[in-house]
Design a protein around this ligand. Sequence first.
Ligand SMILES: [Zn+2]
Ligand SMILES: [Zn+2]
Length: 229
Amino acid sequence: MFYDLHIHSGLSPCADDDMSPQNIIQMAKIKGLDLISICDHNSLRQQAICAKVAKQHHLNYLYGVEIQTKEEVHVLAYFRDEADLPEMQAWLSHVQMKVMNRSNFFGHQYLYDKEDNIIEEEKLALIFSLNASLEETLDKIHTHHGLAVLAHIYGRKNGIMTQLGFIPKGLPIDGVELVHEEEIDRFLKEYPTYVDLPCFVNSDAHTLSDIHEASLALTPGAQKRFWAK
Ligand SMILES: [Zn+2]
Ligand SMILES: [Zn+2]
């Protein structure tokens, strides 16, 4: 399965406003992907519509969110069952900083319907860290039957290596995300005990053109853990 499991919609302030569900999913189809996940910053509120649109276009969809912890570490959380989303969203809202978004400064936070009409703008800023530690975040993800992947561990700011410098021993993670395929070797050299851990290389697309081409397929291990029902 060709995948891209880290794409931002226009709900993320830093993403283009034309990153709407129909646009993203139709682009993913054009690129030949089989499985995608749209992961906005600290919010699952666009997920149900994204899944509906993906279904309409016969594209496999994994529910997702990119959480920023108190340590400013980005963690991708994936869910296979929509029934787990309301409680997870309630927790995200609970630990979110109650600061209004300044759209002229941070960007718009649009919510779309399944025809790509903007139906609402999220008022609270999604750009800030949640009032939750990395450990607490991983615990909540697992409590709600999700899978936790450390985002862009080496490549960008807010990866665990730039924030903490290392992966704490015994951290309960289900995968890691690398920015480049070549970083997989580096990761396995530094953390040989994680030899069976799924490694993902996603686009982290904030614009339509950045969505990945169909070049990376899930390994059998990753497919079993993240997709098999
Ligand atoms: Zn990130
Ligand atoms: Zn991202």
